[in-house]
Design a binder for this molecule. Structure first.
Ligand code: BEZ
Length: 237
C-alpha cells in the first residue's frame, strides 16, 4: 500500500474468551471478567465524555439497565477519558440533562477510565481510520462463561440502537436455552429455526412428515416458540 501507513489493530473475535484486564471505574476497581462470571455482559466503548451522541446513549442505556438486569445482563462502559471526567460527566447527566422524557438519570453501571488505551487497544476499540485518539462505539456481548458471542461496531457519529442490543441478548439466550437459531428480525414470539437436517434420512423425513415444523425446503425448517415460554425461561422474576 504505497503512501499509506498500515497500522495493525488487534481485535478479539466471536468465540474467543473476553480478554482479561484490571481497571479503575466509576464504581471502583474491577478485575474483568471475574466479577461477571455467571452473568451476560455488554462491554461497550464510547468516544468521549461530554459529547452529545455519547450523552444520548448513556441516558438510554442507564434507563434500560433494569431491563437488561432482568435478562441477567450487566453493563460496563469505557472511554479513554479519565475518572474525574467520567464522574463530572455522569453528574452533569444526572443534574442537568433532560432528553426525550429522560431526566435525573443516574448511571449506576461502571464506566472504565482508560487514559492509556490499554483496554481499548486490547479490544480493538481504537480504529485509527476513524480516530486514533478516541474509541469507536464498540459493543461486545459476553456470555456467562466469558466467551464473546457478538461484536458490533459503530462509527463516532452514529448512536447505537438499544432495542437491537436488547434483541441480541434475548436472541442469544433463546438460541442457547432452546437449541435453535433465530431468523432475520426475530423477536420473542416469532418462529425459530430448527437445526438443519444432518442426514439424508432426516431431510427426507422432514419433508414428508413435518410434524410441528414449517419447512420451506429440507434445510430451512422453523417451529413455533411461544413468547411467554421464551420470556419466562430467560427473564428473572
Ligand atoms: C458524540 O458523542 O457526539 C461524538 C463523539 C465523538 C465524535 C463525534 C461525536
Amino acid at each position: 500500500m504505497e503512501g499509506q501507513q498500515v497500522q495493525s489493530v488487534s481485535m478479539p473475535r466471536i468465540g474467543d474468551k473476553a480478554p482479561a484486564f484490571k481497571a479503575v471505574t466509576t464504581q471502583g476497581e474491577i478485575n474483568f471478567p471475574e466479577p461477571y462470571a455467571g452473568s451476560w455482559v455488554i462491554l461497550f466503548s464510547h468516544p468521549a465524555d461530554f459529547t452529545p451522541v455519547c450523552t444520548s446513549e448513556f441516558m438510554t442505556f442507564a434507563s434500560l439497565e433494569e431491563q437488561f438486569a432482568k435478562a441477567n445482563c450487566r453493563l460496563v462502559g469505557l472511554s479513554v477519558d479519565g475518572l474525574y471526567s467520567h464522574i463530572a460527566w455522569l453528574r452533569t447527566i444526572k443534574d442537568k440533562i433532560e432528553y426525550k422524557g429522560m431526566k435525573n438519570v443516574e448511571v449506576k453501571f461502571p464506566l472504565i477510565e482508560d487514559i492509556t488505551m490499554e483496554v481499548a487497544k486490547k479490544y480493538g476499540m481504537i480504529q485509527p481510520g476513524e480516530s486514533s485518539t478516541k474509541a469507536v462505539r464498540a459493543v461486545f456481548v459476553i456470555d456467562p462463561k466469558g466467551t464473546i458471542r457478538t461484536i458490533i461496531y459503530y462509527p463516532l457519529s452514529l448512536g447505537r440502537n438499544f432495542d437491537e442490543l436488547y434483541r441480541v441478548v434475548i436472541a442469544l439466550q433463546t438460541a442457547d436455552a432452546f437449541s435453535v437459531a433465530t431468523p432475520a428480525d426475530w423477536r420473542p414470539g416469532d418462529d425459530v429455526i430448527v437445526p438443519t437436517a444432518g442426514s439424508c434420512g432426516v431431510a427426507k423425513e422432514r419433508m414428508e412428515n413435518k410434524q410441528d415444523m414449517t419447512c420451506y425446503d429440507w434445510f430451512f425448517c422453523t417451529k413455533k416458540l411461544a413468547k411467554d415460554k421464551v420470556l419466562s425461561t430467560i427473564l428473572k422474576k
